[in-house]
Design a protein around this ligand. Structure first.
Ligand code: FAD
Length: 435
């Protein structure tokens, strides 16, 4: 007989909602703790920025979302939905294939309503402590605090962590960073470009946020200089922008305000924007050192989800990078729900620990840094397909995989306006007719 457990889910973003739905489907008793007042997590645009724009002050008031006002999705909507609940265009919505962020929020709100998840959520409840109190009976204490700071402790049989991974800024490190007299911020606190009017701005990074911010700041700034890591990077003017250059990474930032790049070029900058990613952060987790975050490696975690010695009672959904977030989140959520109900078995603790160690050994041998532990690029869709087989699900549509890899290359095909220039529907037809 399937087990029905009391399960706490932390967070009501994409991962928390997916986890809640799968746990509910499996017959578990689900309570979702959400510190905000609405579902959506990252997709709830928040005008507020943090008091410390670099996010270094541990006592700053945290703003969860990292969205900028103009953000449009960076993957076609066709691969942002759930297997049985696609992210379709609605009559009164944003009809674009790469819609604005408001459309994703509406999608998640509808998802929560349509699957009866809203009633499972305790809004305004921030989880401040998760701790195993009885190993034999696998009892976890979950302490949550309301916005009025009232605190409650409750016991659960399992906890699923879905608190997101895009809130705690990771900064570029270079000599002089902390004494440079100009203005610095992390993209987590970037909302709109106005404050950079007529300024000379350095944007660090080469991923979606960096290129979006750069393009948005350039028309009003005096100059924009992008700093990018990598031996192949050469100083060049950026196409389609009149006042933007790409440089190799920053060598140092001087107290006279000058920023020196590793190729010797120098700019007299007013501002530096770090579009350099985020750190995993679980301030509520008391695991007696069983789970650590070391250089952005959360470990040990079997297949990015289960810490061997605490599994299956503690799990993490949504930690992986370099994949289609919603697809991976949904598969991980199904896995957790079915393992908790006893329908699926995990390998033994020793086998899971061995698998984690093998991954670490492989990374060491290949020279991969720890912060790549949860990045799936190298293995393509192997992880997703492995989960699909384990869960005995219908194979994933092949075109989704192709679409994901094509979206990675898209910028070089369609210049900077790839979101509008790529005819995604025609592309799907072509792929389907070639099969
Ligand atoms: P979140 O959406 O961050 O949700 C976490 C939730 O947990 C939040 O609601 C938060 O309030 C809550 N929470 C946190 N701590 C606590 C606590 N202690 N107690 C209670 N509640 C807590 N993905 C795409 O598929 N397409 C895109 O185009 C795309 N664009 C992106 C652009 C940016 C700038 C960023 C940063 C990410 C983007 N992503 C995109 C990735 C996106 O983060 C994931 O798709 C997905 O939204 C992550 O969901 P999540 O539930 O893991 O985290």
């Amino acid at each position: 007989m399937a087990l029905s457990l009391q399960v706490a889910v932390i967070g009501a973003g994409t991962a928390g909602l997916a986890a809640a739905r799968e746990l509910k489907r499996e017959g578990h008793q689900v309570t979702v703790f959400e510190k905000g007042n609405k579902v959506g997590g990252l997709w709830l645009y928040d005008l507020r920025v943090e008091t410390d724009p670099l996010g270094l002050d541990p006592n700053r008031e945290i703003v969860h979302s990292s969205l900028y006002r103009s953000l449009r999705v960076n993957l076609p909507r066709h691969i942002m939905g759930f297997t049985d609940y696609p992210f379709v265009k609605k009559a009164d919505g944003d009809p674009r294939n790469f819609p604005g962020h408001e459309e994703v929020l509406r999608f998640l709100e509808d998802f929560a309503v349509d699957f009866g998840l809203v009633e499972l959520i305790r809004f305004g409840h921030e989880v401040v402590r998760v701790e195993l109190i009885d190993e034999l009976r696998h009892e976890w204490i979950v302490e949550s605090r309301t916005q009025g700071k009232e605190s409650t402790e409750e016991i659960f049989e399992a906890v699923v962590v879905c608190n997101g991974k895009h809130t705690e800024p990771k900064l570029a490190d270079f000599p002089g960073r902390d004494t440079w007299p100009g203005f610095q911020m992390h993209s987590h606190n970037y909302r709109t470009p106005e404050q950079f009017k007529n300024k000379i701005v350095v944007v660090i990074g080469n991923k979606s946020s960096a290129s979006d911010v750069l393009k948005e700041v350039s028309p009003i700034a005096k100059e924009v200089h992008q700093a990018v890591r990598g031996p192949e990077i050469q100083l060049k003017r950026l196409e389609n922008l009149n006042n933007a250059w790409q440089h190799i990474m920053i060598e140092c930032a001087r107290e006279d305000g000058k920023v020196v790049f590793q190729d010797g070029s120098i700019v007299d900058a007013d501002a530096i924007i770090h579009c350099t990613g985020y750190k995993y952060h679980f301030p509520f987790l008391r695991s007696n050192g069983v789970i650590t975050v070391d250089n952005n490696r959360v470990g040990p975690l079997y297949k990015d989800v289960f810490p061997p010695s605490l599994s299956p009672w503690l799990s993490f959904v949504g930690l992986t990078n370099g994949a289609v977030p919603t697809i991976v989140i949904e598969l991980q959520a199904i896995w957790v729900a079915k393992v908790l109900s006893g329908k699926l078995k995990l390998p033994s603790q020793q086998e899971m620990a061995k698998s984690v160690q093998e991954l670490y050994n492989h990374m060491d041998k290949s020279g991969l840094p720890k912060d790549q532990t949860h990045t799936l690029q190298q293995t393509k869709f192997d992880y997703e397909n492995w989960l699909v087989a384990l869960l005995d699900l219908r194979p994933l549509d092949k075109w989704k995989e192709k679409m994901f890899y094509f979206s990675k290359k898209i910028k070089s095909y369609y210049s900077d306006n790839y979101r509008d220039e790529w005819d995604v529907d025609k592309w799907i037809q072509e792929i389907e007719s070639s099969n």
